[in-house]
Design a protein around this ligand. Structure first.
Ligand SMILES: Cc1ncc(C[n+]2csc(CCOP(=O)(O)OP(=O)(O)O)c2C)c(N)n1
Ligand code: SF4
Length: 262
């Protein structure tokens, strides 16, 4: 956000320079657009535009490369951490982030994210958890809540049939290669600000060469959930955060600082 006076008026809100000037294909009330904006603001503020290479995954955000004014690589479904590994190792001075849905990261791409985290790859992962496969019509994902109705669990997710929701960010945080892991959301301006602070810390962690950083963002899919945009935001606040608590899960730099008292 800028407060630069322009022609006698004070601009308090404008499009980040690294977001392209075009309409997105996202549905009304979808969280992807908000998350794109926050990332673009941060890349602007950290002056990372010229050195950033984003890795788009498969899912509703598959066209992310059209919306950011930076270099982007498209990866096969779930393979973004593997593609990002190659990009980061081939271009050691690049800033590399993946943008992945929960179907992409926590289902088909489970192996890729676990092993990239185990290797401590110097990449940042933006993990957008809307609890569903949005792009393909709202099927159950590993992150779907118990009892949640989806097109492939029309009676609600039953643990006896489909198991329990996977808290994959907590699982990844156990690995020493993960320098920073946190979970935020985009349900109101305060939460967007907190999520932006988490993403900033994640990006700075990569710049400091600390290891893999991941921020899970609890997002919305009004179309897949059969809710209005307003109901979707309330659903995240009231139901989803009870299963996936918000906050920093691990921050190894802060933990090390506390240990040596510095
Ligand atoms: C190898 C492969 N398997 C399956 C698909 C079909 N497919 C496309 S998007 C998608 C799910 C995307 O869901 P998610 O990652 O949660 O993103 P969202 O659309 O919800 O943002 C699936 C299963 C595919 N494109 N490629
Ligand atoms: S289907 Fe869901 S995730 Fe996909 S664009 Fe629409 S609201 Fe967003």
């Amino acid at each position: 956000m800028t407060t630069t006076p322009v022609g006698g008026r004070r601009i308090v809100y404008q499009r980040p320079t690294l977001l392209t000037d075009r309409s997105t294909h996202y549905c009304p009330g979808c969280g992807h657009g908000i998350i794109h904006r926050v990332i673009a603001e941060l890349l602007d503020e950290l002056q990372l535009g010229p050195t950033t290479i984003g890795v788009a995954s498969v899912g509703c955000s598959v066209f992310a490369y059209d919306y950011f004014g930076i270099d982007f690589v498209e990866s096969p479904h779930g393979r973004a951490p593997a593609v990002a590994t190659g990009v980061r190792r081939a271009r050691p001075n690049a800033f590399v982030f993946t943008y992945q849905g929960d179907g992409d990261l926590a289902a088909i791409g489970t192996a890729e994210i676990v092993h990239a985290a185990a290797r401590g790859e110097r990449i940042s992962v933006v993990f957008v958890n809307n609890g569903i496969y949005g792009m393909t019509g709202g099927q159950m994902a590993p992150t779907t809540l118990l009892g949640q109705h989806t097109t492939s669990s029309p009676l609600g997710r039953d643990a006896a049939v489909a198991g329990f929701p996977i808290p994959i960010t907590e699982m990844l945080a156990l690995l020493p290669g993960v320098a920073y892991a946190a979970r935020g959301t985009i349900t109101d301006p305060g939460q967007i600000g907190k999520t932006k602070a988490m993403l900033r810390r994640a990006f700075e962690s990569q710049l400091a060469g600390e290891g893999l950083s991941i921020v899970e963002v609890l997002s919305t899919c009004p179309v897949g959930w059969g809710l209005t945009p307003t109901e979707s935001m309330a659903h995240v606040t009231n139901e989803v955060t009870a299963v996936y608590p918000l906050g920093v899960i691990v921050d190894r730099r802060r933990a090390a600082t506390r240990k040596d008292g510095s």
